[in-house]
Design a protein around this ligand. Structure first.
Ligand code: C2E
Ligand code: MG
Ligand code: MG
Ligand code: MG
Length: 290
């Protein structure tokens, strides 16, 4: 009995190992497959100017809905894509989706920007510059200034390379943002020489506002730092009015978060913006937000 129990346990273990291997190997493969089958779409989260409440831009965030109906979170598939070398294909697909979603849009909204997440692996290779040029030229009515390129601080792997490439990107007229600022490794010295327009304060620091005074101090230091370096700040993950007021009163210019708007489809974004414009032109209540 003991022997057959042990054999059974062994069999269960082997089966579990085989299953997890099966699950791990195909994800990168199924990303390629999903690109082919067009299972990805973008949602857009508005970027709000804190002083006025106006929507000045939106961040494009990728969504993957598998044919089974299952949604895969971007934190999961983006890191798999980075490790398995399909990240460039993902980003090129994002370019394609933005090109279709935003065709002609900037002609009526010349000051609006769309922020695109580019993996810091790509910021290591100069061909991102030509890929961006080609992308921008393909968006009807768009100019490089209509785009913000977001790179995470976490893996700006070779700082020297990243710095040169970010400089190239800015020379083309794109704005550049350091995403999830405060969670990565870049030293202050490095930041000083980095070619960037925006710092996005990571949500973990925003969460701490009105709870932990120690982390509040960190936010205040980031605000002071940005002022010294003449960088603009975007607060990420603002979930309540107290956080929004706190940030606005301390001079943070922009914010994103569920307090203002959740990520939405392109269609929802465009119709909300249409309403906002109509109201500011002469609607009954110009200060109302969409
Ligand atoms: P991120 O670029 O820092 O994007 C912000 C994330 O915070 C998004 O999650 C957004 O939906 C979420 N968020 C925004 N406001 C709030 C809030 O008030 N509360 C909470 N709890 N969450 C909020 P999402 O869409 O799941 O994306 C996660 C990460 O995946 C992104 O972080 C980004 O690093 C990556 N990612 C998403 N789309 C792309 C893409 O197209 N390309 C690349 N390379 N990475 C992407
Ligand atoms: Mg981002
Ligand atoms: Mg972020
Ligand atoms: Mg993040």
């Amino acid at each position: 009995l003991i022997l057959s129990c042990a054999a059974f346990a062994m069999a269960v273990l082997l089966l579990a190992a085989a299953r997890s291997a099966l699950r791990r190997v195909p994800l990168s493969e199924s990303i390629r497959d999903a690109l082919w089958r067009r299972e990805f779409h973008l949602v857009y989260q508005p970027v709000v100017e804190l002083k006025t409440g106006r929507w000045v831009g939106a961040e494009a965030l990728l969504r993957w809905r598998r044919s089974t109906g299952e949604q895969v979170r971007p934190d999961v598939f983006i890191s798999v894509a980075e490790e398995s070398g399909v990240i460039e294909e993902i980003t090129d697909h994002v370019f394609e989706l933005v090109t279709a979603d935003m065709a002609g849009f900037f002609e009526s909204h010349p000051h609006f920007h769309v922020a695109i997440n580019v993996s810091s692996i790509e910021i290591q290779s100069p061909d991102v510059v030509s890929r961006l040029t080609k992308f921008c030229a393909g968006v009807t009515g768009a100019n490089a200034r209509n785009f913000v390129i977001e790179a995470t601080e976490r893996s700006l792997i070779d700082p020297e390379k990243a710095r040169n490439i970010m400089e190239e990107i800015r020379k083309l007229g794109f704005a550049v943002a350091i995403d999830d600022f405060g969670t990565g490794y870049s030293s202050l010295c490095y930041l000083q020489t980095l070619s960037t327009d925006y710092l996005k304060i990571d949500k973990s620091f925003i969460d701490a506002i009105d709870t932990e005074s120690v982390k509040n101090d960190v936010v205040l230091h980031i605000i002071a730092l940005a002022k010294d370096l003449q960088l603009r700040l975007i607060a990420e993950g603002v979930e309540n009015a107290a956080q929004a007021t706190y940030l606005r009163d301390r001079g943070v210019e922009y914010a994103q978060g569920w307090h203002f708007a959740k990520p939405m489809t392109c269609r929802e974004l465009l119709s909300s913006l249409g309403r906002q414009t109509a109201e500011s032109i002469g609607g009954p209540n110009p200060s109302r937000q969409p």
